[in-house]
Design a protein around this ligand. Structure first.
Ligand code: CAA
Length: 283
């Protein structure tokens, strides 16, 4: 079955980015959110980034308009009945995702593929909520989605080869490089990235160096585009903590113990850039 129409669920930072790259690639896109405010915010961000692309001559005015015309906001999950692919990008909570996948399984056409942009929750478990576990898969984009070239494709235990190949083709059409990953805690990206971030937080906690100096070591010493603490603030400290907890629970190994300072910041509501304070302050 060809994939022509995509529903992206969740108009937050990730969902809006995914909807944008899908529309740019020529797919018809329904961007869904339960909150009108979130939908408007997501759309405004997309409009802003498309306008910037015209300014930078990455696309022309006609392409910008065509891209926007392919994007339709909706608050009705029932609209998924006309879609060939769903990419879910709501908050990282198993109960919330399980409920959405049960609903999608009932409404989406039989042939539709149900993908999740989860950064660490088990695809096999999400798939088990549906009657089509062979058509459920992980499609993990990196933030900011329009800029980052990678998609981690995660195969659940029952994901079929047909589903995998269809999603590999979609990723290619989105001009992303994809990698094939089996369903394991943290997949590849977060299994490697998060312990590095957690270790950087331990380095602050133990008073080894200041956050700015730790970031400088990794930026100038290892050529990372952002230091790990800046990146943690950018990702969200609550997200970092929940991924560390998935690793800690999933492997039952003390090497993944979340740093107490990370827990403390999250308890204080210092979640990084989105709340104006994390390891740094943002105005
Ligand atoms: N959304 C869209 N575009 C953005 C953006 C955003 N949030 N932030 C920056 N950009 C664009 C800018 O508009 C700019 O594009 P143009 O000027 O060509 O229009 C381009 O990115 C470069 O931006 P800047 O020059 O302002 O800054 P920079 O060179 O430092 O790049 C960056 C910014 C791309 C974010 C870079 O710092 C970077 O690569 N950082 C690391 C990002 C990273 O590691 N992401 C993965 C996070 S982990 C994850 O997502 C998975 C998970 O599960 C947690």
């Amino acid at each position: 079955m060809p994939i022509n129409k995509v529903m992206v669920i969740g108009a937050g930072q990730m969902g809006a980015g995914i909807a944008q790259v899908c529309a740019q690639a020529g797919y018809e896109v329904l961007l869904h959110d339960m909150s009108e405010e979130a939908l408007n915010k997501g759309f405004n961000k997309i409009k802003e980034l498309l306008a910037r692309s015209v300014e930078k001559e990455r696309m022309n005015e006609a392409e910008r308009e065509q891209t926007l015309n392919r994007l339709i906001p909706t608050m009705q999950l029932n609209d998924v009945a006309s879609c060939d692919l769903v990419i879910e990008a709501v908050l990282e909570n198993m109960e919330v995702k399980a409920k959405i996948f049960r609903q999608l399984d009932e409404i989406a056409p039989k042939h539709a593929i149900l993908a999740s942009n989860t950064s660490s929750l088990p695809i096999t478990e999400i798939a088990a909520e549906t009657n089509r576990p062979d058509q459920v898969i992980g499609m993990h984009f990196m933030n900011p989605v329009p800029v980052m070239n990678l998609v981690e494709i995660i195969r659940g235990l029952q994901t079929s080869d047909e589903t995998y190949l269809a999603i590999e083709a979609v990723s290619k059409k989105l001009q992303k490089v994809s990698v094939e990953v089996n369903d394991f805690p943290g997949f590849v990206s977060n299994r490697i990235l998060m312990p590095m971030i957690n270790e950087a937080i331990y380095t602050v906690y133990e008073g080894v160096a200041s956050p700015a100096d730790i970031d400088t070591v990794m930026k100038l010493g290892m050529n990372h585009p952002m230091g790990p603490l800046t990146l943690a603030d950018f990702i969200g400290l609550d997200t970092c903590l929940s991924i560390m907890e998935v690793l800690y629970d999933g492997f039952n190994d003390s090497k993944y113990r979340p740093c107490p300072l990370l827990r403390k910041y999250v308890k204080a509501g210092w979640l990084g850039k989105k709340t104006g304070k994390g390891f740094y302050e943002y105005s």
